[in-house]
Design a protein around this ligand. Structure first.
Ligand code: ADP
Ligand code: MG
Length: 742
């Protein structure tokens, strides 16, 4: 007896407390088209996912092509084709690019790829549309393309999850013709569908209801099952004038077990006690036509579901799967299948060990790489994001965010108006911190200029200013400062105080010179203040804020781009369903990951070069340290950004969630890393948090190398910190990223 292509025994899958697949058993023989039917949510897709090795079973066992799905998933994947429930090819790639991508993923040699491409194009008649973007194909053609991709590696087994959902009847029939052709060539198929006419075409069907397999067998034999038309009952088709009223009447009759519309007619399951004449009496419709009929598949499912539910209610025990004993589905004795429940459930949750085949690291890497670059090429917005945004950001931070405060609008209310007062006004003006915008002549206007926000500083010179100075009395000058912008106010306050001291010193000097003894003298022997501070600005002598912001920007932009692009690249595939499609291929985990990450690493590195170039040539911030060392450390940080992107992609199921997570990571990176505000000024708990932010270390490295010319030894603590962060992030994300759905 040949081993069935699919052998499922007591297969069960839980999602938390919910049982999506409950104790399902069936077999499929080579060359069969096995149809899985059942209402939405009955567990069809879950069964297929388990059979394709992307979802581990909770208990029970399933063998596909003679291999256990729990232990040999990767081996199975090489020999099966899978068309998932939703269209899950790359809409932004052309027909031929999609086909080639899947061919490469399966490791076809170029010659064989060319041959197979020819074959599948011929089979699916897609030859005229090779350059059309997959996203622009109509429903039926999309499914043909999906079939072509699923067939590119000549699988022995094809899983088709609702392949005809949502496509027109003609396309549906054409697709089925293709499936028959494939079955003729010996390709076993497992198809799920909602359509009864499609069920009729299957060589065998299984009907699922509430996670259980209710019946299973060839369609014609299912119709003959005793349970479908129990002894002592018959099925009739009634053609009546007012079917709605008649249906209600029939349903009320105790001898009518079931009645339902069927087109214009009514199909009824009736006890023998009610014969043709009896039916005519019930309906009281003289024109009624009655004829005995065989049950349809729908009848089979309705009756079996009902009797199953009744049975459950009465007995409360597990389902009786009505196994067909004939046809293709031959039972195989248990002895032939030593894999029992216990051996399978051990590897329930974990990854799928590939016991008998050597691991093939990086398998499929090239295919993924080529595809990613095609995506980037097809999506100009990515290019804008990667090229324009960083330059814009650099310019904005470099130019617009200027922390040097000058030209604070100042209003003057001069009540004195004489020479001394004019000198005071000029002294304020000459600091360049203040800019006189108005001179008012009454208290009311002075107040209004301040309250309206027009002026941030108000200078009021009292009427007796000149007199006080002449009489050697202390003159008091009122300076009102709008404190609402603390940075501006601080600058105004400092400048005002300094100005007051300077002016006073200047007035004091002639008197001091005349004294017999002075507090101190400078080198020239003239009287001077006792202590002179001589500050000298290192690294950024002109205190240009661009020197502070622009190097930091390299870090922020690099993280932004790598984080968003990588997390999106993966989450988008998850959301579109293409990731699931990829999981069913033999692509290796490392191949998939590297293929996804490398393109964005390249982009990220380009970004570093762009922003550094803008920094050096536009903002004239020279790199004092070693450029090569800076680039090498940028690579380390790049890795960290990719790891963060990967982490987000393992957390987020949708692109929206990915955006939210990415923002959650970006916010502290911008605000707490020292990019905008000095870390040394932060309260202790927050300061401690900054050590967990990788970009913190990279900013220290950037500013160190660019502004202070720091060498590796100076940077060692920061480099170690960055290295540890990167290591931790990668370890967590790699552990979370599995080639499985759950
Ligand atoms: P079908 O394909 O027959 O419509 P599915 O196999 O997709 O049904 O789903 C069966 C049930 O399992 C549904 O109720 C669905 O909500 C649930 N289910 C499927 N996948 C998951 C999952 N990853 N997590 C939780 N519940 C799930
Ligand atoms: Mg489904």
């Amino acid at each position: 007896m040949t081993e069935p292509v699919i052998d499922v025994r007591n297969l069960t899958r839980h999602f938390g407390d919910f049982i999506a697949v409950n104790d399902v058993s069936f077999q499929v023989q080579k060359g069969a088209i096995f149809g899985l039917l059942g209402p939405n949510g009955s567990g069809k897709s879950t069964i297929i996912r388990m059979l394709c090795g992307v979802l581990p079973p909770t208990s029970g066992m399933a063998r596909v092509l003679g291999r256990d799905v729990a232990t040999h998933a990767e081996e199975i994947k090489r020999h099966i084709g899978y068309m998932s429930q939703s269209f899950s090819l790359y809409g932004d790639l052309s027909v031929i690019e999609n086909i080639h991508f899947y061919g490469r993923i399966y490791g076809l040699t170029p010659e064989r790829l060319a041959q197979r491409t020819q074959d599948v194009l011929e089979l699916t008649s897609l030859g005229d549309r090779v350059d059309q973007l997959a996203g622009t194909l109509s429903g039926g053609w999309k499914q043909r393309l999906a079939l072509a991709c699923a067939l590119i590696h000549e699988p022995q087994m094809l899983f088709l999850d609702e392949p005809t959902a949502g496509i027109d009847p003609v396309a549906r029939r054409d697709l089925w013709d293709l499936l028959f052709q494939l079955a003729g060539e010996g390709v076993t198929q497992l198809v799920t569908t909602h359509y009864m006419d499609e069920a009729e075409r299957c060589s065998e069907i299984g009907y699922l209801h509430s996670s259980r397999l209710i019946v299973c067998g060839p369609p014609d034999e299912l119709k003959l099952l005793d349970d479908v038309t129990p002894a002592g009952t018959r099925r009739w088709e009634l053609t009546v004038e007012h079917p709605t009223e008649q249906l209600a009447k029939l349903r009320k009759n105790a001898d009518v077990i079931d009645a339902t519309f069927f087109g214009d007619a009514i199909h009824a399951l009736v006890r023998d006690s009610l014969d043709e004449e009896g039916l005519k009496e019930v309906t009281a419709d003289p024109t009624m036509e009655v004829r005995p009929i065989a049950p349809s598949l729908e009848d089979v499912f309705v009756t079996m579901t009902r009797s199953q539910t009744d049975h459950d209610r009465r007995v409360g025990s597990k389902a009786i799967a009505v196994q067909s004993t004939v046809g293709l589905s031959q039972s195989v004795t248990d002895a032939e299948f030593p894999h029992t429940q216990s051996t399978v459930s051990e590897s329930e949750e974990g990854s799928t060990p590939q016991a008998s085949i050597p691991a093939r690291p990086l398998f499929g890497l090239m295919a993924i790489l080529l595809k990613e670059f095609s995506h980037i090429r097809r999506q100009p917005s990515t290019l804008v994001f990667m090229l324009v945004v960083p330059v814009m950001q650099t310019l904005i931070f470099g130019y617009a965010i200027n922390t040097e405060i000058e030209d604070i609008p100042t209003v003057v209310y001069d009540l004195d108006g004489r020479q001394a007062a004019r000198e005071l006004r000029d002294a304020f003006q000459n600091t360049r911190t203040f800019r006189m915008i108005d001179r008012v002549t009454d208290e009311e206007s002075f107040r209004r200029a301040m309250t309206s926000g027009e002026a941030k500083v108000g200078l009021r010179i009292p009427p007796d200013y000149s007199e006080s100075l002449l009489n050697h009395e202390q003159a008091q000058v009122q300076v009102l400062i709008d404190g609402s912008d603390s940075q501006v106010a601080t600058a105004a306050l400092n400048t005002t105080n300094l100005l007051g001291i300077n002016l006073s010193l200047r007035r004091t000097r002639p008197f001091v010179e005349a004294l017999p003894a002075v507090p101190s003298r400078n080198a020239e022997g003239t009287a001077a203040i006792p202590i002179e501070m001589r500050p000298r600005l290192l690294y950024n002598p002109n205190l240009e804020s661009s020197h502070f912001f622009v190097p930091g920007l390299v870090g922020i932009i690099l993280q932004l781009v790598t984080l968003f692009l990588t997390s999106f690249a993966i989450v988008r595939e998850r959301e579109l369903g293409t990731l699931e499609q990829l999981f069913v291929t033999p692509v290796s985990r490392s191949g998939l990951l590297l293929g996804k990450l490398v393109p964005y690493a390249v982009i990220g590195f380009l970004e570093v070069l762009i922003v550094l170039a803008v920094m050096v040539y536009v903002f004239r911030v020279p790199i004092r340290g070693d450029l090569i060392q800076l680039l090498a450390l940028s690579l380390l940080f790049l890795l960290c950004g990719l790891g963060l992107g990967l982490l987000v992609s393992t957390l987020a199921k949708t692109q929206l969630a990915a955006i939210q997570f990415a923002f959650l990571i970006m916010l502290p990176s911008v605000l707490l890393s020292g990019f905008m505000f000095p870390r040394s000024q932060m309260p202790l708990p927050i300061y401690l948090v900054t050590f967990a932010i990788p970009v913190t270390y990279f900013l220290e490295i950037l500013r160190g190398v660019v502004l202070r010319g720091a060498g590796f030894a100076d940077l060692l603590p920061h480099v170690s910190g960055l290295f540890l962060c990167t290591l931790a992030i990668f370890t967590i994300s790699l552990a979370r990223f599995r080639k499985q759905l759950a």
